[in-house]
Design a protein around this ligand. Structure first.
Ligand code: 4AD
Ligand code: MG
Length: 457
């Protein structure tokens, strides 16, 4: 007997919903047909003998229509008394309607309530305005809102496009450990962990390990959570965030700048192509994202400082910029708003940057490093550099920075055995989501944000 005519087991055949299961996002495929939806009641409106329940199913919203004469009395009563966020299995006929937000409405035929939210304990997030603190306290429910769901969909697309960029450009994903014996990005933001009586830390960056795997595999990237005990309450800082970190053997700073602009262009163009509906739900001005294509402007630190000084003289920046410092948030905000696409600021003074950055041979007071600042005031989304490749220099830097030598022996080995020039960067996913979605704060860019003041829910 041919495979396709062989009956499957009775139980699986009978568990298939009838009419066929559909999702709201792709409901247009069933125009004029009856379908089953698995979802929740988002909101409802009543007008005499007509009910307009709005359902959501995770893929979108659709308005249902039920007339007292078009459904059974039980179905009408059930729908009429249905409470916000009750879970339901609905069947109905799909009807194209130009005025409907998604282009379709559902003429309800039947509804089965899976769990009814009781009136005595209603869904806490109403469709009225709520304060951000209240919403963050109810984040486990807030993620159901159309706007928050849309942000999480854009985040997923950004992560997908990021992995796609590296996977299709010859990079091998090699994820580093999360529990580490030493600091990578300064000792002031380490989260300590008691590792069976020995001190250990949650990783601040997978970079040092990516350097090891780059010398094994050539082009690698890591993609995972990283941790910083940031005491700052800014709109850009989380204590737990996701970073993608490519690292390439034999790459110099110029190669790294090209990699950065190509990676960001691919991500932005993918989101525009695949998540335009979500950007619209969020209210993002997409025209601001369209110019984000390589090449990006490049600025030396010195040129950026000159621009900041001029801006201060013109009264566009409140505080004067002190040469030699790293840029503060207002400086980055001003600089990045001067361009229609990210700007790559390179060659910062070595003294304000990390111990592992290669000095510029043309002038060793500067580091071969780059910060990529996103436009519209979003600021740093990528930080990267060429790495110190000399054993002697790296060894003295470790001492100068007061880092524990024993914990860095393995890292020094990379300069003992076949050291090569190499470079890499770290891109914070939440910063990129915040910019692409045009959000005010990174707390909405991750399902459950961890900040200085929040670890619940
Ligand atoms: O500039 P950072 O500190 O660089 C590094 O960690 C390097 N080891 C990366 C590398 O070269 N492999 O961090 C890189 C990026 C920043 O540009 C920013 O996007 C993000 O990580 N980031 C944060 N995002 C959210 N909250 C924080 N507290 C962040 N700190 C850094
Ligand atoms: Mg940085």
């Amino acid at each position: 007997m041919p495979e396709e005519t062989a009956p499957t087991s009775d139980s699986s055949a009978s568990s298939k919903p009838h009419p066929p299961l559909a999702t709201i996002a792709t409901i247009g495929r069933h125009d004029g047909e009856s379908v089953t939806l698995h979802g929740w009641l988002y909101n409802s409106r009543e007008s005499g003998k007509l009910l307009f329940p709005i359902f959501r199913d995770g893929t979108g919203l659709i308005q249902g229509v039920a007339h007292v004469k078009s459904v059974s009395p039980e179905v009408f009563e059930t729908l009429k008394n249905l409470t916000q966020e009750s879970s339901v299995i609905v069947t109905g006929k799909v009807r194209a309607d130009k005025r409907a937000p998604g282009g379709y409405e559902l003429d309800v035929e039947n509804v089965q309530v899976v769990q009814r939210v009781p009136e005595s304990d209603p869904y806490p997030i109403t469709l009225k305005e709520h304060g951000v603190d209240f919403l963050m306290e109810h984040r486990h429910l807030w993620v159901r809102s159309p706007r928050q769901s849309a942000i999480l969909r854009v985040r997923a697309e950004i992560m997908r496009a990021t992995a796609e960029f590296f996977d299709t450009n010859g990079f091998i994903r090699t994820d580093p450990p999360i529990l580490t014996p030493a600091a990578c990005e300064g000792t002031s933001t380490l989260f300590p962990v008691d590792y069976f009586g020995d001190p250990a830390f949650l990783t601040q960056s997978g970079q040092l390990y990516a350097e090891a795997t780059a010398l094994a595999l050539g082009k690698v990237y890591s993609f995972g959570p990283t941790f910083r005990a940031e005491k700052s309450k800014t709109r850009r800082h989380l204590t737990e965030f996701w970073m993608v970190e490519p690292e390439v053997a034999f790459m110099d700073l110029d190669g790294l700048l090209e990699l950065s602009e190509n990676c960001l262009s691919h991500i932005v163009q993918s989101v525009l192509k695949n998540r335009a509906a979500e950007l619209q739900t969020i209210g993002r001005d997409m025209a601001k994202l369209e110019p984000v294509k390589a090449p990006f402007p490049r600025l030396r630190y010195d040129e950026a400082v000159k621009m900041l000084n001029e801006a201060h003289a013109k009264g566009e920046l409140e505080n004067p910029f002190e040469y030699g410092n790293d840029f503060g948030s207002p400086d980055e905000t001003w600089l990045s708003s001067q361009f229609d696409r990210p700007v790559m600021v390179h060659r910062y003074p070595a003294d304000v940057k990390a111990f592992y950055m290669e000095p510029d041979p043309a002038d060793p007071r500067f580091a071969l490093c780059v910060d990529v600042l996103a436009p519209e005031g979003y600021g740093e989304v990528i930080g990267g550099s060429q790495r110190v490749s000399s054993y002697e220099l790296l060894s003295s830097r470790i001492d100068q920075h007061g880092l524990p030598r024993e914990a860095f022996q393995w890292y020094l080995d990379l300069r003992r055995y076949g050291s090569v020039p190499h470079a890499g960067f770290g891109m914070g996913i939440e910063r990129v989501v915040s910019w692409i979605c045009g959000l005010e704060h990174v707390r909405e860019t991750i399902p459950f944000a961890r900040t200085l003041t929040r670890i619940y829910p």
